[in-house]
Design a protein around this ligand. Structure first.
Ligand SMILES: Nc1ncnc2c1ncn2[C@@H]1O[C@H](COP(=O)(O)OP(=O)(O)O)[C@@H](O)[C@H]1O
Ligand SMILES: [Mg+2]
Length: 339
């Protein structure tokens, strides 16, 4: 199979569990990585059919996309607690953009799998997730697509299960939120009231608070197996019901303290929701000895990809790093530790 820059795909691309991407695993120097191809934007080819103005406009959009993603990925790498899966490379080959991350040996866990665990284990996993989100929020990075499909469960070396947060590509920095035009994509079941307000043409600030609402929905699913109940006749998702001023009905099966915590996380006013750090601290006392940071794999991958070994120098000479390559070829934009 043809290489994608340095990486040899191990199969064709698939869209399994994906939203706006295609992905596969690929190897580089005998190590396997996750490779994701963006469906948009596409870098315009210099063809005869498009007008120069159209091409120039698309290139400008692509340049803005590259800038935004680079800042996002650098902030992610700086703040991740090791369970936020950081981006190891961001590049373009011809018209397509790609990112590379470490490969997670993910367990085939569904919401029902987590819901069937004992309560103490749920608290431990939810605390790991809250800790990872709190780390991002310290960098004012909003994930903006928190949901079960974007949490991967995997075994640590000691044989325990841990949670990894993936799919930051639709995220944003609080200082640079998506415009009304760009909108917010994701699973509507996890949309916060302020995101839902946009559907009515009402612009409310988008902050880290929207992740807390999504986390509240996710934790409700984990502790009870279901979404919180809401007025389905008048609202299409929980966030819309809250926006309309009706409260959500939380499951009776939730432990009392968890129910109170989730209730606050699902407040209409983002300021009334607890921070991710407060959510973490509420769950942590049950697991005082847990390690909540895990950096081993990322550091190892950075050593492999970030350092310029002899083998790399030969390859980079063939496709010069940071070449403008406007019409095809390979352009790496981001490699952590290399900016
Ligand atoms: N690092 C990884 N290791 C293993 N599988 C992954 C990894 N990242 C993503 N996946 C799988 O690929 C799917 C799509 O990736 P994701 O980043 O969520 O793309 P999308 O933005 O299209 O949702 C995930 O739901 C998961 O099943
Ligand atoms: Mg996803």
């Amino acid at each position: 199979m043809d290489k994608i820059w340095r990486y040899t795909p191990q199969s064709g691309f698939t869209n399994k569990n994906a939203g706006f991407s295609m992905w596969c695993f690929g190897t580089y120097q005998d190590k396997e990585f996750f490779i994701k191809q963006f469906l948009s934007p596409k870098y315009p080819a210099q063809d005869k059919e498009s007008s120069p103005e159209k091409i120039a406009k698309k290139r400008k959009e692509c340049a803005a996309f590259e800038q935004r993603q680079k800042r996002l990925y650098a902030t992610l790498a700086e703040h991740s607690d090791g369970n936020d899966v950081s981006i190891l490379a961001f590049f373009r080959v011809s018209s397509r953009y790609y990112i590379v991350t470490e490969k997670i040996e993910a367990l085939p866990w569904t919401v029902e799998t987590v819901a069937a665990l004992d309560e103490s284990e749920k608290r431990r996993l939810c605390a790991i997730i809250a800790h990872a989100i709190a780390a991002l929020h310290k960098g004012r990075l909003v994930h903006s697509d928190i949901k079960h499909d974007n949490i991967l469960y995997t075994h640590t070396e000691s044989g325990q299960v841990t949670a990894k947060i993936i799919d930051f590509d639709g995220g944003f920095l609080e200082s640079d939120p998506p415009s009304m035009e760009d909108g917010v994509t994701g699973d509507t079941n996890y949309f916060s009231p302020e995101v839902c307000a946009r559907a009515y043409g009402e612009e409310r600030p988008l902050t880290t608070g929207l992740d807390i609402f999504a986390l509240g929905i996710l934790f409700h699913q984990y502790f009870s197996g279901e979404l919180p109940d809401y007025d389905r006749e008048n609202a299409s998702c929980p966030g819309e019901a809250v926006l309309q001023g009706s409260s959500l009905h939380l499951s009776e099966s939730l432990p009392e303290d968890v129910s109170a915590l989730i209730g606050k996380m699902l407040s209409q006013d983002p300021q009334a929701r607890p921070t991710a750090q407060e959510v973490f601290e509420a769950l942590r006392p049950y697991h005082p000895d847990e390690e909540f940071s895990a950096f081993g794999d990322f550091d190892e991958a950075i050593r492999l990809l970030g350092s310029r070994g002899a083998a790399d120098d030969a390859e980079d000479a063939a496709t010069p790093l940071r070449s403008a390559s406007p019409d095809g070829g390979t352009s790496p934009f981001y490699i952590p530790g290399d900016l």
